[in-house]
Design a binder for this molecule. Structure first.
Ligand code: ZN
Length: 256
């Protein structure tokens, strides 16, 4: 079984003690590719440098809504340059977070708008983060509908919202939260979505699936989310894993 973790943060300090050993162990656990997601400007070169020396890793460049107020007139060029480097494929993670509101909402919207334009200009997929900001998020995505491609990550919305994302051409990714006891809505969405638009992710070190909730998450645990998905959809695990793997290659435009 080949697994592709479409959203990880292996550069998080939670991995400082054993990052190299953990990364080296992943192929042996069936994780053949990981997308390392960038969160802030300082992370852009760190992600590109990590990806450059680990051939099964891919990377994104972008500024998370938490760091939107760090955006400067030079940030867009920094992202453009990183996207020219090896296996740097996507613009992310970008979006809106009205739960924490670490950056003012108007700044979050402007920075998302700028990065959606940049992704279109570079013809790259986006990795989207939406927390309690569905209305403004959908407005901005609709405004950028032409040429939009990418992923709605850690999806927690309703089936209706998921359907809108599909209509915009997006893929929808689920992680450990799907295994939580209160995951009634995501389970309903996973059950109803077409198999060719679903993705597997961890968002590690966060969102650790049951029964390891409370411990550090890592890409090998996306297997538990896959098992839950297969159970919910009544599908064979191997068949689903194969479909999810191919979906990841499709959305990140990777040819093997
Ligand atoms: Zn993330």
């Amino acid at each position: 079984m080949k697994l592709f973790d479409t959203h990880a943060h292996l550069l998080d300090e939670a991995f400082d003690a054993d990052r190299e050993a953990l990364i080296a162990s992943l192929p042996g656990k069936g994780v053949v590719h990981v997308m390392e997601c960038c969160c802030d400007e300082a992370g852009i070169d760190r992600v590109a440098n990590l990806v450059a020396r680990v051939p099964f890793l891919y990377g994104s460049a972008g500024v998370h809504p938490h760091s939107a107020d760090e955006w400067t007139s030079e940030t867009a060029d920094h992202i453009r340059a990183a996207l020219q480097r090896e296996r740097m494929l996507a613009v992310g993670e970008i979006g809106l977070d009205y739960h924490y509101d670490f950056s003012p909402r108007n700044v979050q919207k402007d920075v998302l708008d700028a990065q959606l334009s940049l992704a279109k200009e570079q013809s790259r997929p986006v990795i989207l983060h939406d927390r309690e900001a569905h209305g403004d998020m959908m407005d901005l995505l609709r405004a950028h509908k032409d040429g939009l491609k990418g992923i709605m990550h850690c999806f927690s919305g309703s089936y209706e919202t998921a359907k809108e994302c599909l209509d915009l051409g997006l893929f929808i990714a689920f992680g450990g939260a799907l295994t939580f006891k209160n995951a009634v809505r995501p389970i309903e969405v996973v059950r109803r979505l077409p198999i060719d638009r679903l993705l597997l992710e961890t968002d590690c070190p966060y969102m650790t699936p049951v029964p390891f909730r409370g411990q550090r998450n890592d890409p090998s645990l996306c297997r538990l989310t896959l098992e839950k998905m297969a159970e919910v959809r009544g599908e064979d695990r191997e068949t689903l894993a194969d479909a999810l793997y191919r979906n990841a290659l499709t959305v990140y435009e990777i040819t093997e």
